[in-house]
Design a protein around this ligand. Structure first.
Ligand SMILES: Nc1ncnc2c1ncn2[C@@H]1O[C@H](COP(=O)(O)OP(=O)(O)OP(=O)(O)O)[C@@H](O)[C@H]1O
Ligand SMILES: [Mg+2]
Length: 144
């Protein structure tokens, strides 16, 4: 599981050289994490979260990806120090075509999180967004 996420880290590290924002992706978590998943589809779900963090976070900031497992769920948490969302938008951002009220110039259709949630639901899991003092934290929960 973690190696798949690390694959994204390497991918972003590579992209960083061309990436004007110079954003770093840090991945931590238990190496032994095992979870049933479809590699391609779950990859797409995680990719959408990273894509958002890059889009809505400032230059030279750090995106943190943490993978944790307890008795019930494997959790993949992606957090950034970006523009975040106002109170009350935590559930709405998962709706199809919904774009947050803080979004100004960044392009998009409001589909990424909707697609991620569909994928995660098909895995028997769920997603949650949590506002941070600065930025946003989006978590994928997958059943163990
Ligand atoms: N990391 C984040 N920081 C701040 N706002 C976010 C973040 N991720 C999502 N959002 C908010 O949630 C909304 C919906 O996200 P979603 O990924 O579904 O669409 P999008 O990024 O606007 O467009 P698309 O993914 O289709 O290119 C965004 O428009 C934005 O307001
Ligand atoms: Mg998006």
């Amino acid at each position: 599981m973690l190696w798949r996420i690390r694959y994204f880290q390497r991918y972003f590290w590579y992209r960083k050289r061309q990436n004007k924002k110079q954003i770093e992706v840090e991945v931590t978590g238990a190496e032994e994490t095992k979870v049933w998943h479809d590699g391609n589809w779950l990859g797409e779900a995680v990719y959408n979260l990273l894509d958002n963090s890059v889009k809505y976070a400032p230059e030279h900031s750090k995106i943190r990806v943490v993978v944790r497992q307890d008795e019930m769920y494997t959790r993949i948490v992606v957090s950034d120090d970006g523009i975040g969302i106002p109170e009350g938008e935590e559930n709405r951002i998962f709706q199809r075509f919904y774009r947050g009220s803080r979004v100004t110039g960044e392009p998009g259709f409001g589909l990424g999180l909707y697609i991620s949630r569909e994928i995660v639901t098909l895995h028997g899991g769920f997603m949650k967004a949590k506002r941070k003092e600065q930025g946003l934290e989006v978590a994928i929960f997958l059943p163990v």
